[in-house]
Write a protein that binds this ligand. Structure first.
Ligand code: MLT
Length: 329
């Protein structure tokens, strides 16, 4: 039986109240990170709220493929669920790029305001339209911090000569180009090995992700920068979602909301502790960006106009900034 047939059969079984079903969830990060926390809570909620009729099996650490592959598979009905970083959805649904424009989201409160309000609802609709997946919940993973194996980096000039891995995301590549380096775009699933083998010297991701992925084994320095806030949605293929009974649509909605809340609380409770652990137990050296990050900010935000078309116009960015209580671009 092919996986897509298995999913249709699963949906039929649910709607007729027949045998219990198991859904598969791909997770890009290792267990212990925010993606895993979101997925685990969603799975617990689904099992509890369906009285054990539905269970969800978690496959962390990109076991089911790269994040962009699992997005495709969910979209085509070959996989039930996937958790992937927002930056890896943007290539399929460009308007989502407004959430990865550098320095738009400046912390967890901004991230929550955007994802749990009308901006998040519109982006969810756009993602269904463009990428064929529905966002059911969000992991809040924290600011992306630059890590590297070579030296402390406090200003964009310090990047000179470093090879930095970035996701295959044009906005993030352009941000590094604005800082004067040519980054190396690479799938998330290949990043640890590339760091370990010295193919690249550095990358950026939140403290919680750096810890869960054990990047401290191959990185020595972290810059306490915050150019993008890492949002990581849980998605379900829209075809599979539409095949659910009304009752099960409500079930996944409620489970997604509970998992999202847990993810937010988890970030608040653990981020500082993990940062301290990385320094005290793993010997990571943390460097503050010079000048309150001003050079980083002015150079990176100079790329905003290059992406107005892809995000749906400057007015989309201005609206997001207004929702966050800031001045238009
Ligand atoms: C990436 O850097 O590609 C992702 O943001 C990593 C992740 O999914 O945690």
């Amino acid at each position: 039986m092919t996986l897509s047939v298995a999913i249709s059969t699963a949906c039929l079984a649910l709607s007729t109240g027949a045998a219990a079903e198991t859904w598969k969830m791909a997770i890009g990060d290792a267990a212990g990170g925010t993606q895993y926390e979101l997925g685990k809570t969603f799975a617990e909620q689904i099992e509890k709220r369906s009285d054990g009729e539905i269970t969800v099996d978690l496959f962390p650490n990109s076991q089911l493929g790269s994040e962009q592959d699992t997005l495709n598979n969910a979209s085509m009905g070959m996989l039930d669920l996937s958790i992937i970083a927002i930056n890896n959805i943007t290539p399929f649904s460009p308007t989502v790029g407004v959430l990865t424009l550098p320095y738009v989201i400046q912390g967890a409160e901004d991230a929550k305001t955007l994802t749990q309000g009308e901006v998040g609802e519109e982006l969810t609709e756009n993602t269904i339209r463009d990428a064929g997946v529905r966002i059911l919940g969000w992991a809040y993973s924290g600011c992306r911090r630059l890590s590297n194996s070579e030296r402390p980096v406090s200003s964009p000039e310090d990047l000179d000569g470093l090879v930095i891995r970035v996701p295959k995301n044009e906005i993030m590549m352009a941000s590094y180009q604005a800082w004067g380096v040519n980054p190396n775009p690479m799938a998330w699933s290949e990043t640890f090995t590339a760091l370990q083998q010295g193919v690249v010297d550095g990358q950026d991701n939140p403290y919680i992700t750096i810890d869960a992925m054990k990047f401290y084994e191959v990185q020595d320095y972290i810059t306490d920068s915050c150019y993008v806030f890492s949002l990581e949605p849980l998605v379900m293929g829209e075809g599979a979602y539409q095949a659910l009974s009304e009752e099960n649509k409500e079930l996944v909605k409620k489970a997604g909301e509970a998992a999202t809340q847990h993810s937010y609380d988890y970030l608040q409770e653990t981020e500082e502790k993990i940062k301290t652990r990385l320094v005290e137990e793993e010997g990571i050296e943390i460097t503050e960006p010079d000048n309150n990050e001003e050079e980083w900010i002015s150079q990176a935000t100079s790329i905003w106009p290059d992406f107005y078309d892809s995000i749906g116009g400057k007015e989309k960015l201005d609206h997001v900034l207004e929702v966050l209580g800031r001045e238009p671009a």
